[in-house]
Design a protein around this ligand. Sequence first.
Ligand code: S3P
Length: 186
Amino acid sequence: MTDLNASNVSPLATLPGANIFLIGFMGSGKSHWGKIWASVNQLTFIDLDEMIENKEGKSIASIFETHGEDYFRRKEAEALRSCEGLQNTIVACGGGTPCFYENMQWMNDHGLTIYIASTAEEILQRVLNEKEKRPLLKKLNEQELLLFIDQKVKERAAFYEMAKVTVMSGLLEDDSLPAIISTTTI
Ligand code: S3P
């Protein structure tokens, strides 16, 4: 049995494409855990939203305002595909990434997709203070926000559930990644 914690063995060594895509709703902890797991396992971390912001020279909020959501989704699909060829990398996707341009299929073909699932209440608590940077949320009050999150999570479930592994956000820890990887046989 491979010791995934041995310092000279990358936990990604067993994965085709050797990349991990973290998916899940806004505020589910994709960037938070992506950064921690990359650091603990000596992997590279990439945040897809940040990649788009750097390429466009604008914040996500400003891209939505200036060019609209369709434009953003095209840039998002392009940014995702530019990850082809990366190795030993954890990519934190945007909450909507799996739902457009067959991105979910592409991610499943190019690495390990991990769905970080959360309840609507957990998501609400995490996004309440960060609404401004999220164009889909910023105009909603707390009550509207909970309804929106609940509806959108249900709407997106079919995409999120295509992930190869699903984990509950509340159970995650700094050293969870090797154990998560070992639950999959891809
Ligand atoms: C979005 C999620 C955001 C960002 C954009 C759209 C979505 O990313 O990509 O605001 O459609 O759920 P985070 O999930 O990192 O907040």
